[in-house]
Structures are given as structure tokens and as C-alpha cells.
Design a binder for this molecule. Structure first.
Ligand code: ASP
Length: 315
């Protein structure tokens, strides 16, 4: 039996994934996919309880974690729309987390502050899975995005991956870029308006890995050369100046017209929700993978992660 590198561990950042443990995650995700497709569910996490502690809005992450736990035979405590109820009463994050650590075996947390998952991990006796910490990271989204790319291309090396939109505030970008840049022959194209560029500390980290990175403002020229076009929403909730947001929100729009320039094999991804950056006319294009592939993969990869974090002998 190999050692399961995820057992009992917090999942706080994509920096924790290595190429080797990504292989484990991919293979367990495929196993989960086959379970769901063939029999719907299993009971390997029977008796285990997951708390879903969400201080920020969520549809897909929240629901897919719950669906994942149910399909693994476990149960869950769903806490959504907390909207600071604990804060209103004067309770701090650490005390809330300590409480749910007493009732459950793992806590999946979304919170508006960067570093909040790390704080919770320091307070918790059970593993914390970061489901988004403000503009920080979203490591489980990165996992499903990575799995989606791997299932399509079977590799990352040699691909030209274009990330578009709000690279400054988009936590899914911050996490995914750390994964794909583990592969030295990937090409990363960063397309954003100047004021929404990738944070310089992340860019520095990526450049240290010696992968090819190009930053640009225009999308049309790079589409034809891209294997993956990963589109993001301008993150309205991170803006203090809403006029500025209005000016930027549709800076890039993916249209059927634009996709005429793309290769047949290119895939268009989006973590969702979209608010106009991909026209709905694109949805029926076979290159659009944001609806079916990414969402289903979200459930499979979260099943994989939960089973690895909670089961010593899973791998
Ligand atoms: N759902 C993703 C997130 O939570 C993307 C987004 O909200 O734009 O980061």
C-alpha cells in the first residue's frame, strides 16, 4: 500500500499539489466518475460527517461538495448564508471552526478573507478544505479545472493555456496557474486589462519555474494559438468603485464569431457564474466545456479529495 499524501491533511493552497499527488487525484477522480456513472454511489465514507461552512455566496462549490459527500455515503452539516451570524454574536472564526470540528470529520470553508482557511486550520482538530478565501485561492476548483484539461488532452506539457479576464481578483486563476506551471513546457497567456493583471507575487513565482508566460491586453490575436481559453468574470464584489467595474465587466466577450478563429480542439472553460463574458450562443459549441464537463468533474474531484483526506488506506 502506498502512502496516501492527503490523509488527514488540510487543503489550503494549490501549492500543496505536486505532479505525483496530482496523478493520484486524477486516478481516484476517474474511479469516482466510474462509480457515479455505473452505480450512482458508494458507502466508503459511511459514518463520516462534513461541515460545509460558507460565509460567501456559492452554488456549485457548496452543492458539489454536498453531492460528493452523499455519493460517498457520508453526511453533512450545511451552513450557507451564515452572513456573519457568528460575527454578529461576537464569535470569531476560530471558535466557530472549533465548534464544528467537534461535530464533524472535515470542514469545507469559504470565507471572504485571504488567509482565513489557514487561520481555521490552525484552530481546527479536523482537516480544513479551502473552498475559496477571498481573492486568495480556490484549490478544489483548480483540481477540477486540471482534471478537465487532463481528460481532454491527457497532458499539460506543450499546451497553450490562455487565462482571460480578472486575473487580479480571480482566485480560480491564482490556484490553477500554480498547477499548470508545474509543467515546464506549458505556455501561459495572461489576457487582462492593465489594472486587472495577475498579482506580481504570483507572476514572480510562476516565472521562477521557467515556464513561458506572456501578458497581453488583447484576446483576438491569441485565440487561434490557444488550446485552452479559460475565461473569468470580473469580480464585482472586490471593487470599491462600481463605475470602474461597469467599465471593465465586458472588456472581453467570447462570441461564436471569435471562436471561428480557434482550433477545433480548443476548449473554452469558465469557473462560473458568468455574467455576460461568454455569450449563451457559445454553449452549444462542442468546444464549450464549462457546463457539463467542468461541473460534473467538480463532483468527481471533490469525491476523490474527500475520500483521500478521510481514508488512510484509500490509496
Ligand atoms: N465560482 C468561482 C469562485 O468562487 C468563480 C467566480 O465566482 O467568479 O471563485
Amino acid at each position: 500500500m502506498n502512502k496516501n499524501p492527503f490523509f488527514g491533511r488540510d487543503i489550503l493552497s494549490s501549492e500543496q499539489y505536486s505532479k505525483e499527488n496530482l496523478e493520484i487525484l486524477v486516478s481516484v477522480s476517474r474511479e469516482m466518475k466510474s462509480i457515479v456513472e455505473n452505480v450512482g454511489s458508494t458507502d466508503i465514507l459511511k459514518g463520516k460527517v462534513m461541515t460545509a461552512l460558507f460565509y460567501e455566496p456559492s452554488s456549485r462549490t457548496f452543492a458539489s461538495f454536498i453531492a460528493a459527500m452523499q455519493r460517498l455515503g457520508g453526511s453533512f452539516i450545511p451552513l450557507q448564508g451564515m452572513t456573519y451570524s457568528s460575527v454578529t454574536k461576537g464569535e470569531n472564526l476560530e471558535d466557530t471552526v472549533r465548534t464544528f470540528a467537534c461535530y464533524s470529520d472535515v470542514i469545507v470553508q469559504r470565507h471572504p478573507e485571504v488567509g482565513s482557511a489557514k487561520r481555521s486550520a490552525a484552530a481546527s482538530t479536523v482537516p480544513i478544505i479551502n473552498a475559496g478565501d477571498g481573492v486568495g485561492e480556490h484549490p478544489t476548483q483548480a483540481l477540477l479545472d486540471y482534471f478537465t484539461i487532463i481528460e481532454r488532452f491527457r497532458k499539460i506539457d506543450g499546451l497553450s493555456i490562455t487565462m482571460v479576464g480578472d486575473l487580479l481578483n480571480g482566485r480560480t486563476i491564482h490556484s490553477l496557474i500554480k498547477l499548470v506551471s508545474l509543467y515546464k513546457s506549458v505556455k501561459i497567456n495572461l489576457v487582462s486589462p492593465d489594472i486587472l493583471k495577475l498579482p506580481s507575487e504570483i507572476l514572480k513565482k510562476i516565472k521562477k519555474r521557467r515556464v513561458k508566460v506572456n501578458e497581453m491586453d488583447r484576446l483576438d490575436g491569441i485565440v487561434a494559438k490557444s488550446d485552452v481559453v479559460y475565461v473569468t468574470r470580473v469580480q464585482k464584489e472586490r471593487f470599491t468603485d462600481l463605475n470602474l467595474y461597469e467599465k471593465l465587466k465586458h472588456y472581453y466577450i467570447i462570441t461564436p464569431q471569435l471562436l471561428k478563429k480557434a482550433k477545433k480542439t480548443t476548449i473554452v472553460m469558465h469557473p462560473l457564474p458568468r455574467v455576460g463574458e461568454i455569450e449563451s450562443a457559445v454553449d452549444d459549441d462542442p468546444r464549450a466545456v464549462y457546463i457539463k464537463d467542468q461541473m460534473r468533474n467538480g463532483m468527481y474531484t471533490r469525491m476523490a479529495l474527500l475520500s483521500l483526506v478521510l481514508q488512510k488506506n484509500k490509496f
